[in-house]
Design a protein around this ligand. Sequence first.
Ligand SMILES: Cc1cc2nc3c(=O)[nH]c(=O)nc-3n(C[C@H](O)[C@H](O)[C@H](O)COP(=O)(O)OP(=O)(O)OC[C@H]3O[C@@H](n4cnc5c(N)ncnc54)[C@H](O)[C@@H]3O)c2cc1C
Length: 414
Amino acid sequence: MQSIIETLSVPVREGVDVIVVGGGIAGVAAAVAARRNGASVLLLEKQALLGGLATGGLISWYEPLCDGKGEQLMFGLPEELLRLAIRYGDDSLPSIWKKQKAQIDKRLVSKQINDPIGGRYATLFSPTMFQLALDELLEREQIQIRLDILAVRPMMDKLRCTGVCCESISGREFYPAKVVVDATGDADMLYRAGAPCEEGRNYFSMVAHLNDTSAKPRAIKLRRWDSCGSDLSGNGHPANKPTVAGTTNEEVTAFLLDGRKALLDKLRNDDRTQRDVVSLPSMPQFRTIRHLCGAATLRESDCCVRHEDSIALVCDFERPGDWYEIPWGCLFNDKFGNMLAAGRMVSAQDWGWEVTRVIPVCAATGEAAGTAAALMAQHDVSACELCVNELKQKLTEQGVRLHFAKKERERILP
Ligand SMILES: Cc1cc2nc3c(=O)[nH]c(=O)nc-3n(C[C@H](O)[C@H](O)[C@H](O)COP(=O)(O)OP(=O)(O)OC[C@H]3O[C@@H](n4cnc5c(N)ncnc54)[C@H](O)[C@@H]3O)c2cc1C
């Protein structure tokens, strides 16, 4: 391919301590955590609305905060954001979890994740009401935010990131920062900085929200998922389609257009007076695009393993009783010391990655990355130099659980 050299003079905007790129769940959690820890924060989002895949991607199912045996494992921002997701919209939260911090009657705990009484601490939410609530949260936290702005590339001084170049209706601008949190879902900033990353492979799938016109008693029931293509394990993936990484614009465009075509093919012969498509996803529904190859990598073999440098204790959304402690090293590559990863692009593989990519765990790695970024900016240190015990202390003060204590294990397991 031919190439040209483009020379630009770019205006420099006021600098901040922490730039968070990407306003999905991980980015929002990172921005809030950094701000609450005293950093000046700028959040950059290329779309008009916040929430990323969880809202604009129409996922709208907040996976559990509990272990499936009646024990809540996740607190802090994962719980705060779940509550925010249903503050102004309807929910499907099982009744044992309706009240925060209530004592759970373990006899009511059900094996069915969706059981209206004893199901897991998980819920459906309205993506649009959650988007409005996210705006309100960021305003309350006094986080500077730029919407409809593309972070084009990190500016690097050797391996140190000095800020981010952006493109928007204002033209090209440079925003300086001491620390950059990459929460783009596809490691856009770390990859462009030259950090080693791995590509994922995606089965063909597409989810829209459908509304049928028969009477429904609850708002949450007016919307339902309508899926084409495969489930998360690839069941239903068309035999003649290769899986894709989603790392070229041609792949992204084909994935979007093919998904919408599959949906229309499915609906075109329906009675059009009996249903309507209320929302189409405003971003490609790739589960995995690129993730960082970090100083540590979370794997299935880490299930129920204690890590001394854990920055979050998280649960497994499919396998009741299983838990993971996420090592601090999953959030950075030691050569790119002032850049952190958050959300579905942290360093993880196989089932370990499946565990990290769901909404509550993205909130958890976001909270850890934001807290760490604030400390790194304050002490002027890199991720490797940061005192992990100080980070753990801050996270614990924020209500985050880091370890699955032995005594709790004994209490849960017969
Ligand atoms: C089909 C499907 C089904 C799923 N089902 C569930 C489920 O039922 N429950 C569950 O909990 N999870 C589910 N997930 C996973 C979950 O929704 C996502 O992994 C999670 O929401 C990702 O959050 P994130 O913040 O890491 O990334 P994202 O949501 O991808 O957010 C990244 C944000 O960064 C922005 N961005 C990217 N690049 C730039 C740039 N250069 N400049 C500025 N902004 C940028 C994007 O616009 C986006 O808003 C599902 C995912 C898929 C695809």
